[in-house]
Design a protein around this ligand. Sequence first.
Ligand SMILES: Cc1cc2nc3c(=O)[nH]c(=O)nc-3n(C[C@H](O)[C@H](O)[C@H](O)COP(=O)(O)O)c2cc1C
Length: 173
Amino acid sequence: MEMNSLDRIFARRSVRSYSPKVIPEETVVEILSAAMSAPTACDKKTPEFIVLTEKEALATVASFLPNGGFLAVAPLGIVVCGDMNRAHAGELSYMLQDCSAAIQNILLAVSMLGLGACWLGVHPRADRVENITNYLSLPRHVVPVSVISIGFPAAQPEPRKRFFKEHVHFNKW
Ligand SMILES: Cc1cc2nc3c(=O)[nH]c(=O)nc-3n(C[C@H](O)[C@H](O)[C@H](O)COP(=O)(O)O)c2cc1C
């Protein structure tokens, strides 16, 4: 069936179980290109990406994430970090917004490529930030914002289109 242009957005769902099949390197580059094509405040390009492909690294980072144990069985993880030295106006909020835009592009790219992903929260949980910073030897000005688990889906949730009328305000609250 022909998809209309927005159906690709509604088809993106969090995928939390994966087949063990490895993701080709060209695909990883495409996913990262999608991330780097997202907007950043004042075009500061704050996001940095740590690509996890080794089982031990995936399992260790998973152990720091109370709601992300399934990262340990994913073939790929991307730790999205923000470089505070490049953040617009030195503001944490701009860096977090930059990273969030990159993360959403990753999720959409993954879904469009027939893969599955889940956003795993790190910042602002201090223990997760600290553990990941230490394990990945991140410099202090580089903040881990989130981890994305990625793989070929073993189970794919149904597409979902939502509209909450009560969350929409025209012209004033
Ligand atoms: C900031 C953020 C942190 C999240 N952290 C987790 C997480 O730690 N574990 C998880 O399974 N899902 C996590 N999610 C995914 C949400 O649970 C999911 O997007 C939401 O339930 C809606 O489902 P959908 O993505 O299938 O539309 C996170 C999402 C966001 C935006």
